[in-house]
Design a protein around this ligand. Sequence first.
Ligand SMILES: [Zn+2]
Length: 200
Amino acid sequence: MKEETPLALLQRAYGDILRVLRQLGYPIDDDNFRDTAPRAARALLDLVLPTAEIEKEVDDLVARSFTARYDEMVISKHNVCFGVCPHHLLPVIYRVSVAYLPSEKVVGISKLSRLVRLLARRPVLQEQLTQDLAEMLYTRMGSRGAAAYIEGLHLCMAARGTEAHEARVVTSAVRGVFKDQPATRQEFLDLVTTPPLALL
Ligand SMILES: [Zn+2]
């Protein structure tokens, strides 16, 4: 028998969740719920990308790096992106900053944002995401050093459980020069923890 697609499986699972809502007294036959199961299934698949798709995009991204004379710190700061936590599968809103010190290869600045968004859309711990970003910019880019700094608003904490509405989880990871030279690490942290520029 052919394996069910992720979308079909999820749709069935959300059908079960809707039946739970019925038990809780909600009118799931109401018009508002008509396409909820397929819609919710697609929504989850927007937040959790297949690992093969992520790997392929990362490969493409690294392949499109180019040689440049620039060897100062490159920072992509305050990328807002989304994922889910592995413990509750509830959404996490991240604000991610990454940096690297190129040795030869650089990658387009929009590609850095793309990399952050790709790796965020996995059911992994924020700590893991932070390390993966620093590691990838260090080893895959062959850079002299890399760093990642992430603030996360976890809905499993903010909307339920401890109801820590305002609490942010803060993680950072450093590799290479950022690890060996405290001043470089501090420069990165100072730059990414200043408020964003007001555009208007
Ligand atoms: Zn959680």
